[in-house]
Design a protein around this ligand. Structure first.
Ligand code: G1P
Length: 839
């Protein structure tokens, strides 16, 4: 065995020390021990993945004592727990995050280096678990980090998808999708708990019967049962002993193997049932904001909700004699409508399985649930056909009909003269095929409904959910989103973090408002110069990455102008492209024109079935191909599409940005969270008055934000007065030239058909009003270029953005949820003689 790892025979493993100790020699020994005993390898034959796995086990071991103590503390004290139900959790890589949250980064680096290995290389081996599509799933992950950091008892519940969001590659400039086999080498972070499996039923029918007291009751006779196996992943808080679980459910067949079929020679049939059941947790649905009403998706939703509720009830009944006080021990948050079927499921359990009367069951349900809405796009509001519901969940449909009957009765009593109101509020859409409206179920069955930014909540009240707001104004809350500064500053931008801590200590990591203290340095030239150098350093790192993975050389002194997020027409990546082509046209007209160099960087995935989004990706790449190579451009414009945008790529990108593109049509983006990550890392925003941009601008100062475009109200008015995009095309020379260049086939090797669908959709429809905002955007971009040329001024603006983002720490958001919606308190976990700093 090579010398760098201590030979086993010279170091008898002392289980306790080697699994909890954090001195460098102990960590080294534990690392070697895990390689040997968990992976069955020694250094000479181990791959980088093996070393990563051994390191991951070493960290997980160090979380376990805290995890178990956390569980014991909650259990002993029968505390109120937040249950965050979400179909998506985009956790990002665990290893780096555990290292920072446990304060073990430096010691592990030393231990790994002394073993002759490179920590950064090992960190790169971890697959980035893509169990989410974008902002919604990442928000859930930031919330779990803040909950643990704030020592709030909490459990995240979701689905353990075998395949997460696809891996995106580029083929001839088009997106191609490859399955994401994130579990290929096993997952060292999770612990399966088959002993806590739960049965979940589907299909069949219902029947009435009389119980022993002669009361008429209903029971569900299901057609099929699937088993949910929980897999627990530890979620450590920063600088606390709290380690909360993320519990993800995997579907398995109840009878793994049909022996009768096998013995009868039907080999395929013998395993078919098993496969069908396991399909439920096979793959994450890509989000194109038009739910397809697929049976499997409803099965997924019910599956994880049914498992989670049974788990919650089991935990409650351990210390309580009945379910009447469930809301005293459980606050269940519905992350969008994906888990909204939980409302019907809890009612069913209370009524049918626990024999509770309707009124009490309804009271318990309403007091326990709260619902977060994440979108204003009407086409994105989930609804399920009544037929599908009846087939899959016949008892739930009855419960929903009964909830609706009673609700409508109330509405008629409150508003006797408004027939249309009933139709608008009903849980069932009745025009044409009948549908169950999940957002309505969520509003009626929850005590709190919230939007995710001030404007979004205002528009929910005014428009999307206005009838519900009219009934229950007191139910509506705004909870502006936030992101965790641990992952999005400390882990992503270590150089900046060290710089901060060298000035004011590291208290800012748990109280981001403290960064404002650094405003005292804003006139200090040395401070500003150091800031500038840190940004430049981060840009160089990203430039190296782009050279390595895209083969494109970019100038780190150019403006790094970045848009990364899901590709969607409302987010308007193509407006950014119109700007690039405008600059290109100016250069073509006059190659000597003074244009400040810019690197346009894009990243994001398009839902595989969303043709227009995929065409936007192709357009970005096609424009890049021409612009990057044109000698007239002389390197002043570069366009780079970074494939497979995910949390770990985000960690490289946000710190390197100068300009953050937040250019959705006003009134369409609920909040945005990328906008916060950029600003926290000192990039300036060019944005519309949409989502959380508005609040970012208020915090940063109006003078430190590049504002353009119509307001939500103006968008609405222009639409109602008859918007004609062709008017803009005909009257704006530059816009016309841009569109004509695309139509001419200039970016598609002469093919005039390729981008026609996109061009036509803008010229004749322009749902998201790119043309209406075009001129304002172009003018604003000119301001950006001018401002950037005054480097001192730009740096000052950049600093002020970063220092004033305290509001957008998810700690602030979670505190608000705790105090105003969940009514939960922090429960510190005591570890005798244990101090995370010195352990
Ligand atoms: C969605 C919304 C976005 C919001 C996020 C979290 O994210 O569209 O505005 O910030 O949920 O609330 P998306 O799926 O679009 O990334």
């Amino acid at each position: 065995m090579p010398e760098s790892l201590i030979p086993m025979n010279e170091c008898p493993i002392q289980i306790e020390d080697d699994r909890t100790g954090t001195s460098v020699p102990t960590l080294k020994r534990a690392f070697a021990d895990n390689l040997f005993y968990e992976l069955g390898k020694y250094e000479a034959i181990a791959s980088k993945e093996d070393f990563y796995m051994a390191l991951a086990y070493t960290l997980r071991d160090r979380l376990l004592s805290r995890w178990l103590k956390t569980f014991k503390t909650y259990d002993d004290n029968n505390v109120k727990i937040v249950y965050y139900l979400s179909a998506e959790f985009l956790m990002g890589r665990h290893l780096g995050n555990s290292l920072i949250n446990l304060h073990l980064y430096d010691r592990i680096r030393q231990a790994v280096e002394e073993s002759g290995l490179d920590l950064d290389e090992l960190l790169e081996q971890e697959p980035d678990p893509g169990l989410g599509n974008g902002g919604l799933g990442r928000l859930a992950a930031c919330f779990l980090d803040s909950l643990a950091t704030l020592e709030i008892p909490a459990v995240g519940y979701g689905i353990r998808y075998e395949f997460g969001i696809f891996h995106q590659i580029m083929q001839d400039g088009w997106q191609a999708e490859i399955p994401d086999k994130w579990l290929r080498f096993g997952n060292p972070w999770e612990i399966p708990r088959p002993d806590q499996a739960i049965d979940v039923n589907f299909g069949g029918h219902t029947e009435t019967y009389h119980d022993e007291k002669g009361r008429e009751r209903i029971r569900w006779i299901p057609a099929k049962t699937v088993i949910g196996i929980p897999y627990d992943t530890p979620v450590p808080g920063y600088d606390t002993n709290t380690v909360n679980p993320l519990r993800l459910w995997k579907a398995e067949a109840s009878d793994a193997f049909n022996f009768d079929a096998f013995n009868a020679g039907n080999y395929d049939g013998a395993v078919a049932d098993k496969m069908r059941s396991e399909t439920i947790s096979k793959v994450l649905y890509p989000n194109d904001n038009t739910p397809q009403g697929k049976q499997l998706r409803l099965e997924q939703q019910y599956f994880f909700v049914a498992c989670s509720l049974r788990d919650i009830i089991k935990r409650h009944l351990k210390h309580n004699t009945s379910l009447y006080n469930l809301n005293e021990t459980a606050a269940i948050q519905l992350n969008d409508t994906h888990p909204a079927i939980a409302i019907a499921e809890l009612m069913r359990l209370l009524l049918d399985e626990y024999g509770i009367d309707w009124d009490s069951a309804w009271r318990i349900t309403q007091k326990t649930f709260a619902y977060t809405n994440h979108t204003l796009l009407p086409e994105a509001l989930e609804k399920w056909s009544v037929g599908l519901f009846e087939y899959l969940l016949p008892r739930h449909l009855q419960v929903i009909y009964e909830i609706n009957r009673r609700f409508i009765e109330d509405v008629q009593r409150w508003y006797p003269d408004d027939d249309q109101l009933v139709g608008r509020l009903s849980l069932i859409e009745e025009s044409g095929e009948k549908y169950v409206r999940m957002a309505h179920l969520a509003c009626v069955g929850s005590h709190a409904v919230n939007g995710v930014a001030a404007l979004h909540t205002k528009l929910l009240k005014q428009d999307t959910l206005r009838d519900f707001y009219k009934l229950w104004p007191e139910k509506f809350f705004n909870k502006t989103n936030g992101v965790t500064p641990r992952r999005w500053i400390l882990l992503s931008n270590p150089t900046l973090s060290e710089f901060y801590s060298s000035k004011i200590g590291d208290g800012w990591l748990k109280n981001l408002d403290k960064l404002r203290q650094l405003e005292a340095y804003i006139d200090d030239p040395e401070f500003c110069e150091q800031w500038h150098q840190i940004k430049l350093y981060n840009k160089k790192l990203l430039a190296d990455y782009m050279l390595k993975f895209n083969g494109i050389e970019v100038d780190p002194h150019s403006i790094f102008d970045i848009q990364v997020k899901r590709i969607h027409e409302y987010k308007r990546q193509h407006l950014d492209v119109l700007h690039i082509i405008t600059l290109y046209n100016r250069i073509k007209q006059n190659p000597n024109i003074n244009i400040y160099p810019r690197t346009f960087i894009f990243g994001g995935k398009a839902a595989p079935g969303y043709f227009m989004a995929k065409l936007i990706i192709k357009l970005i790449n096609a424009v890049g191909e021409v612009v990057n190579k044109d000698p007239d451009v002389r390197g002043r414009l570069k366009v780079v599409f970074l494939s497979n945008f995910n949390a770990s790529l985000g960690q490289r990108i946000y710190p390197a940005a100068d300009l953050s593109e937040q250019i959705s049509t006003a009134g369409k983006e609920a909040s945005g969270t990328g906008n916060m990550k950029f600003a926290m890392n000192g990039s300036l925003t060019i944005g519309t008055l949409d989502g959380a941009n508005i609040e970012i601008r208020e915090e940063a100062g109006f003078e430190n934000f590049f504002l353009f475009g119509l307001t939500a109200e103006e968008v609405h008015n222009l639409k109602s007065n008859g918007y004609k995009p062709s008017d803009y095309y005909n009257h704006n020379q530059e816009l016309k030239a841009v569109m004509d260049r695309i139509s001419s086939g200039y970016f598609s090797h002469g093919d005039q058909e390729m981008f026609k669908p996109l061009v036509d959709s803008l010229m004749y429809h322009d749902e998201y009003m790119l043309f209406a905002d075009y001129q304002s955007y172009i003018d604003c971009q000119r301001q950006v270029s001018l401002a950037f040329q005054d480097s001192k001024k730009w740096t000052r603006m950049s600093i002020l953005n970063a220092l004033r983002m305290g509001k957008f720490s998810s700690d602030r958001t979670i505190n608000e949820y705790c105090n105003e919606i969940w009514n939960v308190k922090s429960v510190p976990v005591e570890m005798e003689g244990y101090n995370p700093e010195s352990a």
